[in-house]
Ligand binder design. Structure first.
Ligand code: AMP
Length: 406
């Protein structure tokens, strides 16, 4: 598909896409939009960064605008559930952008902020509600929202919902939805329990898949530095001194670790903020805003907090610690390869993390290039420095096998 014209979108949506500078649909958009526009249920296997938000938002806006119906008080015509507040806020923002030439009302509700203002905004009824599950259940219990008029339901990042323990809330919410509705479920992975949930939620769904995880991995230049734990701080500070860094996301495994890295960077003269679940909503928003505007070029995040971070122009991802779930590695490095861009991901790996590294190589189906030194300069190519220097690694896991898939 070369441009959006083949997708039969109405003029106000086409105009918004032109305003945004979107020239061609991403693969998931090309596949999902016609199916959803027809009113069919859909399972989308896609991760953040593939353009999945527009894939469900555009046909949703189109269908809601076409019917011309008005929302009833304290109700919504379309419901989107997202696992984190950041993701919910970003989806709502994207919908406002794509729907800016339409007269549809979109609101977002999530926990961690006072509920009263949200209650007020829901009172007249909305066309689209984006919500995290816990806050939506609270609002429903307080009789501030009815869900019996939902025509379109989207469950986004279903696998993260599962990881975060939201499935009971999701089931409670879906039990309140009308049986006759359109449902779309998006998930980066399809574990057994998500398959079971889909067969319960969806009717005869079409299944579409965005490029598999490995494709993200191929777009990102990935480097691994073996660094003893005690030297990671110096290695990170050294990497961050490089001028080619505009925006870098640094990942740690824990909230405590994220705070510690920010503190150490501060001592080393590097401006950084942390974003994780213990931060207040306003602190998270401030950190994201400073990162987006470039005022603070370094954002230190945990995996869960990073889920919804949609910031264009992230030039580097640095894994200060490897994640213990290999899928998280793919999510992390995907932050620097959004909508087809390329980027650099650098992992600082100590002896205890080598098992994690092997798990990651297995799921991205490629061996990672290893460097043992040279972490003073981030922009220099790994040339001459990469070698399979870890004696515990498989023989030949170095450069010559870099592009091999297996
Ligand atoms: P998502 O996977 O929905 O989080 O989208 C990832 C990023 O891609 C967002 O920053 C979008 O604004 C951007 N995007 C989505 N669709 C397109 C498109 N067709 N062309 C260019 N950028 C896009």
């Amino acid at each position: 598909m070369t441009d959006f014209t083949g997708l039969m979108l109405i003029e106000p949506l086409m105009r918004a896409l032109t305003d945004e500078g979107y020239a061609t649909p991403t693969p998931i958009q090309g596949k999902a939009i016609p199916i959803l526009a027809e009113g069919r249920d859909l399972i989308g296997i896609a991760q953040t960064g593939t353009g999945k938000t527009a894939a469900f938002a555009l046909p949703m806006l189109q269908r809601l605008a076409a019917s011309g119906a008005r929302p009833q008080p304290k109700s919504t015509r379309a419901l989107i559930l997202a696992p984190t507040r950041e993701l919910a806020a970003q989806i709502a923002e994207a919908i406002r952008v794509y729907g800016k030439h339409l007269k549809l009302r979109c609101e977002v509700v999530f926990g961690g902020v006072p509920i009263n203002r949200q209650i007020g905004r829901l009172a007249p009824g909305v066309d689209i509600l984006v919500a995290t599950p816990g806050r939506l259940v609270d609002l429903w219990r307080q009789k501030c929202i009815r869900l019996d008029a939902v025509e379109i339901f989207v469950l986004d990042e279903a696998d993260r919902m599962l990881d975060m323990g939201f499935i009971p809330d999701v089931k409670r919410i879906t039990a309140m939805l009308p049986k006759k509705r359109q449902t779309a479920l998006f998930s980066a992975t399809m574990p057994q329990s998500i398959q079971a949930l889909s067969s319960f939620l969806l009717t005869d769904p079409a299944k579409v898949e965005a490029a598999p995880a490995a494709t993200t991995a191929e777009r990102v230049e990935q480097r691994v530095l073996f660094v003893p734990k005690a030297n990671k701080r110096a290695a990170l500070a050294g990497l961050l001194r490089d001028d080619s860094i505009n925006r870098v996301l640094v990942f740690t495994r824990t909230k405590h670790g994220a705070n510690k890295v920010v503190r150490q960077l501060d001592e080393d003269g590097v401006r950084a903020n942390a974003i994780h679940g213990n931060k207040s909503q306003s602190a998270r928003e401030k950190a994201l805003e400073e990162f987006r505007s470039g005022r603070t070029p370094v954002l230190v995040a945990t995996d869960i907090a990073s889920r919804g971070i949609d910031v264009d122009g992230v030039t580097h991802v640095i894994n200060f610690e490897l994640p213990n779930e290999p899928e998280s590695y793919v999510h992390r490095i995907g932050r620097t390869a959004r909508a087809g861009a390329t980027g650099i991901a650098i992992s600082l790996v100590d002896a205890e993390e080598r098992g994690y590294l092997r798990d990651i190589e297995r799921i991205i189906r490629q061996p990672l290039v290893v460097q043992t030194h040279g972490y003073g300069a981030i922009s220099s190519a790994p040339a001459n420095e990469d070698r399979p220097s870890d004696p515990t690694r498989r023989p030949g896991a170095g450069r010559s096998r870099r592009r091999r898939r297996g």
